[in-house]
Design a protein around this ligand. Structure first.
Ligand SMILES: [Zn+2]
Length: 73
C-alpha cells in the first residue's frame, strides 16, 4: 500500500482506508473515521469484505477531508 499520495503512517493509524463504492457504484478507496464506522465523506461502512475490490482510485471527498484533518494537527 504505497499508492496513496497523502497519509503518513501515523495518520493511517488513526484513519484506515476502506475500499467501497462511491456514488456511482464504482469501487474507490475511502478514508474511515477514527471510530471506523463510516467514511470521512459520510458513507456508512458496509461489511462486504468477501468481495474484494481492487482499484487505485481514491474518494475525492475523503481525500479532501483527510487533508484538512492532517493540516489541523
Ligand atoms: Zn469517501
Amino acid at each position: 500500500m504505497e499508492a496513496a499520495p497523502i497519509p503518513t503512517r501515523r495518520e493511517l493509524a488513526m484513519h484506515e482506508m476502506w475500499c467501497g463504492a462511491d456514488m456511482s457504484g464504482e469501487p474507490v478507496w475511502h478514508v474511515l473515521t477514527p471510530d471506523k464506522t463510516s467514511t470521512l465523506c459520510g458513507v456508512e461502512k458496509q461489511e462486504e469484505a468477501a468481495r474484494r475490490h481492487t482499484t487505485d482510485r481514491h474518494c475525492f471527498s475523503c481525500m479532501k477531508s483527510f487533508q484538512l484533518v492532517v493540516e489541523s494537527h
